[in-house]
Design a protein around this ligand. Sequence first.
Ligand code: PHE
Length: 450
Amino acid sequence: MSIIRGEFSSRFGFVMAASGSAVGLGNIWGFPTQAASNGGAAFLLVYLILAFTLAYPALMAELIIGRHAHANAVSALRLVSPNRLIGNIGALAGIAGLVVASLILSFYAIVAGWMIAFFFASIADLFGIEALSVWLISFSTLRNIMFMLIFMALNVGIISAGVQGGIERWSTRLMPVLLTTLALLVIYVFTLDGALEGLRVYLLPDFSQILSPGLIINALGSAFFSLSLGVGTMLIYGSYIKDNENLPVVGGMVTLLDVMIAVLAGFLVLPAMYVALHSGVEIFTDSGDLISEDTLIFTVLPELFYAMGVTGIIVSLIFFFLMSVAAVTSSISMLEVPVAYAIEERGIDRKIATFGVGCVIALISCCILLNFETFFSAVIIFTTRYSQPLLGFVFCIYAGWVWQRDLLLRELRKGNPNISEGLFWKIWPWYVRLVCPLIILAIFVQSIWG
Ligand code: PHE
C-alpha cells in the first residue's frame, strides 16, 4: 500500500490507547449499574469469568489479524482469506463493523455531550450562575445538539492528528489522569456515611441470580462493549502495533486494566448510591430495584452532590470531568475505524476523511436526538446487544478457521519466538475456534428466544 501508515511509538503508547478505548462509559457507568441491578458480586463474578475466558480471546483475534495485515478490517479479513468468496464475506463483515462503530459513536457522542454539559453546570454553580446551570442540566434539543457537536469536534481534532500525534498523545496524557481521578473519588466516597452499605451490596453476591440468562447475556454484552470488540476498533489499533511486540502480553495488559477499572468504578458508584440514600435521595424504583442507567448518573448522583453543598459542586465537577475523559479516549477509537477505512481503501487524506466522517456521524446523532424516543435505545440495543457479539463471532471464525494456523503462528512468533511452547498457544487456538463461537452463539440465541 502506498500510504504511510501510523504506528504506536511504544508498548506504553499502545496499552494506554487500547485501554483508553476499552475504558469508557461502559466501565464507569454501565458496569456498576448493571452489577447493582444483577445481583452485585454475582454479576461481578460472571463478568470476570467472561472477560478473561471469552472477551480476552476475542480481543486477541482482532489484535493478531490487525497486526498481521497492518490494515483496516476490510483489507485485513480479505488478506487472511484463502479465496475470493470468503475474502468478500470478510470484507463485508469489516464494512458492517465500521457502520456499527459509527452508530455506536452516534449515541455515545450524545451521552458524552451530557457529561460535558454537567461538567460545565458544576462550573456555573461554582460561580453562582444558577440559570445557566439549570439550562445545562435540563434535557433540551438545543443543549443536546450543542454538546454533542462540541464532543464530536474534540474527536475530530484528535483523530485528524493521526496515530502518534493524536491517539497516542492524548491517550497517554488522559489515561493516567483518569486513573488518578477515579482512585481519588473512590477514597473520598468511603469517608462518607452510608458507603459501607453500598460496598456490602456490591461485594455480597446474590447467587440466586447467577445462572439467570438475563444476567449472563448482560455480562457478555458488557464484556464485549467494554473491551471495544466486534467493530474493528481493536483490529485497527492492533494494526498500528510494532512487529516485535508480544501480542498476548499486551492484550492481557489491556484486558486487566479494563476489568480493574470497571471493578474500581463499582467501588465508586455503588457506595455513592447508598451515600445518596443516607442523605435522603431515593435510589429505588417503585418495584424495589436499584435505580440504574441514565436516572442514576443524571438524577441520583447530582441530587447527592447537591445535598453536599459546596463540596458537592467540586465532587460533581471532578466526577463529570472523569466521565468526559473516559468518553473521549473511547470515542476516538470508534472514529478511527471508518476514518482508517476512508484513508486506506478510498485514498482520502486523513484530515478530510476525519472531518467528513465526523460530519456524517454528527448528522446521525442529530437524527437520533430529533427522534429521541424512537431511536435512542433502539440504536443502543441494535449495536451493543446484537451486532457486537455477532461481529465478534465473525472475527473469531476468521482467526480460528479461515486463517491458516501456521501463518497465524508465524505472526505471533514475531514478538515471541518461543510462543508455541507456552500456555497461550496450547489454549487460545482452540478457544477462538470452538469455545468462543459456540458460547457467543448460545448466549445470542438465548437472548433472542430466551
Ligand atoms: N469500550 C468502550 C466503553 O466501555 C465503548 C466502545 C465500544 C469503544 C466499541 C469502542 C468500540 O465505553
